[in-house]
Structure formats: structure tokens, C-alpha cells
Write a protein that binds this ligand. Structure first.
Ligand code: PHE
Length: 340
């Protein structure tokens, strides 16, 4: 019996170091301490040992059993710690690793300009109205005092869809749509895309305009001038001045072209203003009586002014862009220079 116990001891001592996982250790433990294990069998065999030898023998087997239990428990702890540290090592997250770069887009210069303009004019009480891009000849031309045979149609080379429908060539069509639906006082801004059969470094077949319309009792050209002065100072800088020159649009009378003092050179003359100190930025005027009448507004009671500007043109001046086509090519090297 003693020899048998000695053999078991040696076997366990040898085997335990080789059990490299908790599963292997468990199997080894069962071999000796399980229900049908060798030590368990010895304990069960006590029944057959003569009564006088039983206490001594029992003690020997019990000692080996507790020794083995302690040994297995210790090894179990060791393996648990080892498995845990292996798990930690394999699941390690290096928070100091540089993040993978995810490219973000930037806001298009026309969008930047549109947002800024809406901000400026909304601050002065303007509502925003967006009309349709596919427009009726009536709204784009006739109601704006440009009849079918009017020579002013030549100023805007138009894409016709049918005899009646066209791609709007100006956001001035918004003036009519607004006045047809709302009684004065009116103060609206109408931004959007417009189309003309025209293409070179300063003209694109599709571009953006922003129309402004104010109609109320007692509105004069002075109000227009004051509003444009404020717009110029906010859009460019506090030194920017406006200059009105006589012009012609069928839907305004009188009509003006509006120049701004060059924000690049402060009016001294540079490449951007072509040495003149002034840059033409928009068309404007007092709404023609005929246009008011066409919309059911009594021109003897109400007067108004309108203005229209090209957003690409404003962006070109503001950001010093020399070719309008850059704005439609989608070259990221160009686009990423503009930040919100
Ligand atoms: N619609 C004109 C254009 O496209 C600009 C303009 C708008 C002029 C409003 C006067 C009043 O050239």
C-alpha cells in the first residue's frame, strides 16, 4: 500500500508540471481524485483492510489525498493566471496607435457664399423663397416686361424645353411668383440655379443667382442704396463702398448696375479690379410699374426695388478665383481650400 501511494505521489508530481491547460489538469485530477480515480479507489478499499491497520492506513491515504488536492489547486491557480495574461496579451488595444486618417469633405465656395448672403439678408428681415428651375416663359420673361419679340431676350441666351417651358435664365422669375402669392409688404430673397447658353472663363451654362425683392409703401432708390451699402460692408469689409451706374433691365425703372469698391486693393486699382478700383457685382433697380401691375400690385400705392447677383461672381471676388470653371470641375485640390 505504501509503495502504491509513493508511486501515485511520483506520478502526480511528474504529471502536474506537464498539464499546460486547465482542461489537461482537470483530466489528470480525475485520474486520481475523481469518482473512479486511483486515490478514491484506495479509500474505498479501506473496507477490506483489517480493522487494526485501518486508522494508520487511512491516515496515509488521506494525507496523500489532501497533499494532491492542494497541489492541484495551486497548479489550477497558476494556469488560470497564465491563461488570463495570454488572453489580455492577445486582446490588447494600443490606444497610443495613430488613428487611420478619414478624409472629410469641405463646403463648396458657392455654398459658403449662399449661406453667408442668406445670413446677412435674413438678419435684415428677408424671407427665403425658392422657385422652380424649369420655368414658364411667362414667369421668366413676359411678366417681367420682356415680351416674345423684346430685344432684351438676347441678353440671356436661353435653353428652351418647349415653346412654353424653359430652364430659367434668371431668378427674377421668383419676383413674380412671390408677388402673385403675397400682398406687400414683401421682403424676399430668392436663391437658386439659373441656365444660359454661354461658356467661357467667366460664364458657365449653369450658375447661381440670388434675387432680392422689397415692395412696400414709400420704398425709394435710397433704400436700395442703403441696403446694398450694408450688404457690401458685411460681405466684404467695413471699408467697402457701393456705386450705382445707370443701366437697363426691362423689369426695373430706373435700372442700375452696382459696383463695389475693390476689397482687394481698397480702390487703388489692382489685377482683380483691372486697375479701376471698382468691381461690378449686381444688377438692380426700382420694380417697373408694369411688373407690379402684372402681379396685381397697385403701382400708385406701392413701390419696390429688386436686385440680382451671381453667386459664382461673388465667390470669385471674395476668394480671388480667376476662372469660373474651377467651381464646376470638382477638383478636390481646389475644393479643399475652402473651409466652413
Ligand atoms: N435678373 C438680372 C440678370 O440676371 C439681374 C437683376 C435682378 C436686375 C433684379 C435688376 C433687378 O441680369
Amino acid at each position: 500500500m505504501q509503495e502504491k501511494l509513493e508511486a501515485i505521489r511520483r506520478e502526480i508530481e511528474a504529471g502536474i508540471g506537464q498539464a499546460n491547460s486547465r482542461k489537461e489538469l482537470f483530466e489528470l485530477k480525475m485520474k486520481y481524485l475523481g469518482k473512479t480515480g486511483e486515490i478514491t479507489a484506495l479509500l474505498k478499499g479501506m473496507r477490506d483492510v483489517p480493522a487494526e491497520e485501518r486508522p494508520a492506513m487511512g491516515k496515509l491515504v488521506n494525507d496523500v489525498r489532501s497533499w494532491a488536492e492542494e497541489l492541484f489547486a495551486a497548479r489550477e491557480e497558476e494556469l488560470k493566471a497564465k491563461e488570463l495574461s495570454e488572453k489580455y496579451a492577445s486582446e490588447k488595444l494600443d490606444v497610443t496607435m495613430p488613428a487611420r486618417f478619414v478624409g472629410t469633405g469641405s463646403v463648396h465656395p458657392v455654398t459658403l457664399v449662399r449661406r453667408e448672403l442668406i445670413d446677412i439678408f435674413a438678419g435684415m428681415g428677408f424671407d427665403v423663397f425658392e422657385g422652380p428651375e424649369i420655368e414658364k416663359d411667362y414667369y421668366n420673361f413676359q411678366a417681367l416686361n420682356i415680351p416674345a419679340d423684346h430685344p432684351a431676350r438676347d441678353m440671356q441666351d436661353t435653353f428652351f424645353i418647349t415653346g412654353e417651358y424653359l430652364l430659367r435664365s434668371q431668378t427674377s422669375s421668383g419676383q413674380i411668383r412671390v408677388m402673385e402669392n403675397k400682398k406687400p409688404p414683401i421682403k424676399v430673397l430668392s436663391p437658386g440655379r439659373v441656365y444660359r447658353s454661354d461658356s467661357d472663363a467667366t460664364h458657365s451654362p449653369m450658375f447661381h443667382q440670388m434675387e432680392g425683392l422689397v415692395v412696400d409703401k414709400g420704398i425709394t432708390l435710397n433704400d436700395l442704396k442703403g441696403l446694398l451699402d450694408e450688404f457690401a460692408r458685411r460681405m466684404f469689409n467695413s471699408e467697402t463702398k457701393t456705386r450705382l451706374r445707370p443701366s437697363y433691365f426691362p423689369f426695373t425703372e430706373p435700372s442700375v448696375e452696382v459696383d463695389l469698391s475693390c476689397s482687394n486693393c481698397g480702390g487703388k486699382g489692382c489685377r482683380i479690379c483691372k486697375g479701376t478700383g471698382w468691381i461690378e457685382v449686381l444688377g438692380a433697380g426700382m420694380v417697373n410699374r408694369r411688373v407690379l401691375e402684372n402681379c396685381g400690385v397697385d403701382p400708385d400705392v406701392y413701390t419696390g426695388f429688386a436686385f440680382g447677383m451671381g453667386l459664382e461672381r461673388i465667390a470669385m471676388i471674395k476668394y480671388g478665383i480667376n476662372d469660373i470653371r474651377l467651381m464646376f470641375e470638382g477638383d478636390v485640390r481646389f475644393l479643399k481650400q475652402f473651409k466652413d
